[in-house]
Write a protein that binds this ligand. Structure first.
Ligand SMILES: C[S@@+](CC[C@H](N)C(=O)[O-])C[C@H]1O[C@@H](n2cnc3c(N)ncnc32)[C@H](O)[C@@H]1O
Length: 285
């Protein structure tokens, strides 16, 4: 065990620098840079981390891989994961099939992501949730199914046409009574909840609507959640464009900026999970 007199902020900075440099520089270059930065007292810890990374790179063949970070999810591994998912219920399967021929079909979350969210909702003992972006209702439906019978999802969308499909399936699955659909811009709906005194009363918020609105939804979600509640932001990896500097459209720029903000946000404990198109999980502290 090493014990260092180092502030939490300095330690976070150091880990950030270590992550940034480990994939790019050799050992000597890294160590001399870190010493120059005044972090030499952490050297033994870094040596350990560095050695482990070299082993990980040898095993996986991936530059920058660390034992606890990467496994290459190729087709066989993906199939293996899929084989270990809980089966999709007939209602959800039919909803997927009907949506697949509709405009915007790619917007629907996958069965894998639904399983992931169900585990989150159940472990949070979620009873009150908000859904920002309903489309044909798949994620809202898996949420409602994960709640107790007196649970409620405030479902926000602006499309009457798409949510008409959703409503049929919520009825079929016998959970329509747990879903309160609000057809209005989500920001207005969330502000109205706050105005009605509902701050701090929600367990879970799922954000999956217009990307340039994400920051506003995130801020409102933090007000509406109870401490220990979670906001999950879908498409946080945006099909990989977050790491492609050539992509500078408004949606990508908005997602990148919010991801960077969340990484430094001391109001939450967060993790960007590489599930689906990336889900940024943020637990309100
Ligand atoms: C990606 S889809 C949601 C997919 C859904 N979560 C699912 O699992 O099928 C995005 C939805 O956000 C809705 N939307 C776009 N802008 C919005 C806004 N300002 N307020 C509320 N909903 C909005 C769209 O109408 C669309 O249905």
């Amino acid at each position: 065990m090493h014990s260092f007199k180092i502030t939490v902020k300095a330690r976070e900075d150091l880990i950030g620098i270590a992550r940034f440099t480990e994939a790019r520089w050799g050992r000597d270059q890294r160590m001399s840079y870190l010493k120059k930065m005044g972090f030499n007292e952490m050297a033994p810890l870094l040596e350990k981390r560095f050695r482990r990374n070299v082993n990980a790179q040898k095993i996986t063949g991936l530059k920058g891989a660390t034992m606890n970070r990467w496994i290459k999810v190729d087709e066989p591994i993906n199939r293996y994961i899929t084989e270990h998912l809980e089966p999709e219920s007939p209602v959800l399967q039919t909803l997927h099939t009907e949506t697949s021929s509709m405009e915007g079909a790619q917007m629907q979350i996958s069965h894998e992501q639904a399983c992931f969210m169900t585990v989150l909702l159940k472990s949070l003992n979620a009873r009150r949730t908000i859904e920002v972006g309903v489309y044909t209702g798949y994620s809202t439906l898996i949420t409602a199914l994960a709640l107790p019978s007196d649970g409620i999802v405030i479902a926000c969308d602006i499309s009457e046409e798409w949510t008409a499909v959703a409503k049929r399936y919520w009825q079929q699955a016998a959970v329509a009574n747990r879903i309160d659909l609000r057809l209005a811009p989500a920001q207005k709906t969330m502000e109205a909840l706050l105005a009605d005194g509902e701050a701090g009363t929600f367990d879970f918020v799922f954000i999956d609507a217009d990307k340039t609105g994400y920051d506003a939804y995130y801020e409102l979600a933090l007000q509406l959640l109870r401490p220990g509640g979670m906001v999950a932001l879908d498409n946080a990896l945006w099909n990989g464009s977050v790491v492609d500097d050539a992509v500078q459209d408004a949606d990508t720029v908005a997602i990148r900026a919010l991801n960077d903000k969340i990484a430094k946000d001391t109001r939450v404990s967060s993790y960007l999970a590489p599930v689906g198109d990336g889900i940024y999980l943020c637990c309100k502290l």
